[in-house]
Design a protein around this ligand. Structure first.
Ligand code: CU
Ligand code: ZN
Length: 211
């Protein structure tokens, strides 16, 4: 427990990117011995027969994506945090270095931002084979998070809920491991296949970040 607490405290002070890796290593180590997973090897004999505190049962999937500007858009950077709750996925983000105005904001199907123009991320993540639309439509690509709006300072702050995103890493249609892409222009939420939002200015892979 102490080691895990320390990790969490360290995380509060560090960037989430560094942390998510540390935490996923931690949870991999924890996995084999579920109920006593927080007991260190040294404590184990002394703790034999004593029930270790249960892990919180209300822990919901959480993920982050660190966005990096594409070629020619190196000034763009940001972070997106996805937090599942019972009914929706809460998305919070701060993205800097954008042109003021609206920018298409999507989950794309490949967790690969390696191409200079982020074309490697593929099209919109669309496991249910729907048409492109906006988040408020009855049906949409799962990746259709709509637009974000950058102010005059070039920063867009997002605090939104999406009922159609699936974050559970065990689900076949999870967005975990896919990519977040921000576009140069606005998503019109109707043009096929991707809302005519223009070039990709930033991209980041969605990485599991357990609490
Ligand atoms: Cu997109
Ligand atoms: Zn779409």
């Amino acid at each position: 427990m102490q080691a895990f607490r320390t990790t969490l405290l360290a995380c509060a002070a560090l960037t989430l990117a560094a942390c998510s890796q540390e935490q996923s290593q931690q949870s991999m180590q924890d996995e084999p011995a579920a109920p006593s997973s927080n007991t260190s090897a040294a404590d184990e004999s002394a703790m034999a027969g004593v029930e270790a505190p249960m892990a919180p049962t209300d822990a919901m999937p959480r993920a982050t994506a660190m966005l990096k500007g594409t070629q020619g858009n190196e000034s763009v950077s940001g972070q997106v945090v996805f937090q599942a709750s019972a009914d929706v996925v809460l998305v919070q983000a701060e993205i800097k270095g954008l042109e003021p105005g609206e920018h298409g904001f999507h989950v794309h199907e490949n967790g690969d931002c390696s191409a200079p123009d982020a074309s490697s991320a593929g099209g919109h993540f669309n496991p249910a084979d729907h048409e492109h639309a906006g988040p408020d439509a009855e049906r949409q690509h799962m990746g259709d998070m709509g637009n974000i709006t950058a102010g005059d300072d070039g920063t867009a702050r997002v605090d939104a809920e999406y009922r159609f995103l699936v974050l559970d890493p065990e689900a076949d249609n999870s967005i975990m491991g896919k990519a977040v892409v921000v576009h140069a222009g606005a998503d019109d939420m109707s043009s096929q296949p991707s809302g005519d939002a223009g070039a990709r200015v930033a991209c980041g892979v969605i990485t599991n970040a357990p609490q």
